[in-house]
Design a protein around this ligand. Structure first.
Ligand SMILES: [Zn+2]
Length: 170
């Protein structure tokens, strides 16, 4: 098994749609960034890449590269998933925490879980979504996402298989 951790933050800006976890959430401000600013998909992507010791999201998809201006972050996630599979691993589960003052994420957790499970091709009960407000941190104009992901080897033998009996010397 392998474990990966991802962290990301983006600043709220007026006049752009708010995209978190691949879905649009009604709010007067969106998250700025070179791509669509999807803080959650970026943290998931980095967790997957980290688990297989691949280059991180900023290295693979440089913010100075015009190709990724306004890009759908699902593209980054798809590349991380491709690399995970090529390395011989699949997702066991992931867990995430969003930290933001507003909007409330609670009403959207079911939709987020279902959408992300679809993007990652895992059951919804393998996708943890939690949200907290940044109490005492004075970061009301930013959103932070933290993600851990557990990968298991695709060729892993059944867990309950008995060990092979030792060959007796002739
Ligand atoms: Zn980001």
């Amino acid at each position: 098994m392998k474990i990966g951790f991802g962290w990301d933050s983006h600043e709220f800006k007026s006049g752009i749609p708010l995209k978190i976890g691949g879905i649009e959430i009604p709010h007067p401000k969106g998250l700025g960034g070179h791509s669509d600013g999807d803080v959650l998909l970026h943290a998931i992507t980095d967790a997957l890449l980290g688990a297989i010791a691949a280059p991180d999201i900023g290295t693979l998809f440089s913010p100075s590269d015009a190709r990724w201006k306004g890009a759908d972050s699902a593209v980054f996630l798809a590349e991380a998933l491709r690399r995970v599979e090529a390395a011989g691993y699949r997702i066991a589960n992931l867990d995430s925490t969003l930290i933001l003052a507003a909007p409330k994420i609670g009403p959207h957790t079911t939709a987020l879980r279902e959408h992300i499970s679809g993007l990652m091709n895992v059951p919804p009960d393998c996708v943890g979504i939690k949200a907290k407000t940044p109490e005492g941190l004075r970061i009301d104009n930013a959103a932070i996402a933290q993600v851990v992901v557990l990968l298991e080897e695709i060729t892993q033998p059944p867990r309950l298989r008995k060990p092979k009996p030792k060959k007796s010397p002739r």
